[in-house]
Ligand binder design. Structure first.
Ligand SMILES: [Cu+2]
Length: 457
């Protein structure tokens, strides 16, 4: 659960916040809760204010608030964090309140919101509230709408959450550095009417990416294209939790892309519709069915589907390099090459050399020593062996017996007898092949040439 840190224990914070606070006439800043775990936290029911249906942040959490004379007050602390990307690999990132991404902020349409932002980074920062309608001076663009928040200082943002929908937040200060280090978060403004577009399960997460050399801990921030860790909410498979649903649920998954490239996000076994973007909800008549939707940089897509088919359904980015982890992005293709003895010889020269198998990849099963703090290129053990995936991959687990509101992982799906692909041991019919290079006898093909003469072949 949320571990809370007494704000006043951190003396530096109390001192720097004082100037801003006195102007607001408040006695003290709201506490800044901290999360120390990377597992999905159960959705918190609102303790005060208007009712809403909370979202579930994949491998994340929602930030508690306090009510102060009708204003919802949140406290974000920008700070260095340690984030476990998957068991076996931890990254030294920048984030908010103990994690990267920062906590999800959930408010209701019409709420007056006050967000205190304390900067514990070694350089200035700001927060831009991506997609929101707000006074220009609250837009968080360093140099344009405000000075940067200097290290040690606290700024306050205040506006009315006018438009219900799905938004993101991230710095608009030294963006290349700060976003490559993991500074970002999700924001959901729930509709005033809790019945509007109500769903049974509502998952949210960000698409992001890091470039961390095997054996090191800190992302290379100047990378533009060659990221080696493609993440859902700063987690890679097999470290990403499953999205667990009850059969028959209406399910919404909201993905915001704050990486440097697009991600075609694909769901198996079901069709979905794109029901919303960061610009708002798509009118029902304008939605079309999809099984993959491309999410561009700086875009959010809310997809919805009926979880009608029980099973463990893959959910992943369709770029195959985005479902691999750090090791092996530069491996040459050795298909068909007899490599007997070569790997051992090269290993004498290059200790970490790993050759791609002559009969294909199958690197999920390859045994090789890894440097400290990295992950195999593909991993994850399923009920039938290696899943051979990494990066932006997880599963949607749909079960008949899952209770409403229960997000606990039910384990692997047990396929009913006769419903799983299996080895065939009977006689094989002769394969039917199309003969190429010559026509079957008795077939005459007539071609009309462009010059008008008929040619017979
Ligand atoms: Cu991708």
């Amino acid at each position: 659960m949320v571990s809370r840190r007494d704000f006043f224990r951190s003396a530096g914070l109390a001192a720097v916040g004082a100037g801003m606070v006195s102007r607001l006439g408040a006695a003290a800043l709201p506490e800044a809760p901290v999360m120390d775990k990377a597992v999905t936290q159960p959705p918190p029911q609102p303790a005060s204010g208007r009712p809403y249906n909370p979202v579930v942040t994949l491998n994340g959490w929602s930030l508690p608030w306090r009510m102060n004379k009708g204003v919802k007050e949140f406290h974000l602390v920008a700070e260095p964090v340690e984030r476990e990307l998957a068991p076996g690999m931890t990254a030294r990132l920048w984030g908010y309140n103990g994690q990267s991404p920062g906590p999800t902020i959930e408010v209701v349409e019409g709420d007056r919101v006050r967000i205190f932002v304390t900067n514990k980074l070694p350089e200035h920062t700001s927060i831009h509230w991506h997609g929101q309608r707000l006074p220009n001076g609250m837009d968080g663009v360093t140099g344009l709408t405000q000075p940067g928040i200097a290290p040690g200082k606290t700024f306050v943002y205040e506006f009315v959450a006018q438009r219900p929908g799905t938004f993101m937040y991230h710095p608009h200060a030294d963006e290349m550095m700060q976003m490559a280090m993991g500074m970002m978060g999700f924001w959901v403004t729930h509709p005033k009417d809790p019945e509007f577009m109500k769903v049974d399960r509502d998952f949210v997460f960000l698409l992001n990416a890091y470039d961390i050399d095997p054996g090191s801990y800190t992302p290379k921030v100047s990378t533009m294209l060659d990221f080696n860790l493609w993440t859902f909410n700063s987690r890679v498979f097999p470290g990403i939790d499953s999205m667990v649903c009850r059969q028959g649920d209406r399910v919404r998954i909201r993905c915001g892309n704050l990486s440097m490239t697009n991600h075609p996000i694909h769901l198996h076994g079901h069709e979905f519709v794109v029901a919303g973007t960061d610009g708002g909800w798509v009118p029902p008549a304008a939605r079309w069915p999809e099984v993959t939707t491309d999410i561009g940089v700086g875009q959010m897509r809310a997809i919805e589907f009926d979880a009608s088919e029980p099973g463990d359904w893959a959910f992943h980015c369709h770029k195959s390099h985005h479902t691999m982890n750090a090791m092996g992005h530069d491996v040459p293709n050795m298909l068909g090459v007899d490599q007997r003895g070569i790997a051992e010889k090269i290993n004498k020269l290059v200790p970490d050399y790993m050759a791609m198998g002559e009969s294909g990849g199958a690197m999920g099963d390859m045994e090789m020593p890894l440097p400290d703090n990295t992950l195999p290129m593909m991993g994850g053990q399923g009920p039938f062996g290696g899943i051979e995936m990494g990066g932006m991959f997880t599963t949607v687990k749909i079960r008949k017996e899952q209770k409403p509101g229960d997000y606990r992982d039910p384990g692997w799906y047990r396929h009913p007898p006769g419903t799983r692909a299996r080895e065939w041991k009977g006689p094989l019919p002769a394969p039917i092949r199309l003969k190429s290079g010559r026509q079957k006898k008795g077939v005459e093909l007539k071609v009309r040439k462009p010059d008008g003469h008929d040619g017979h072949h």
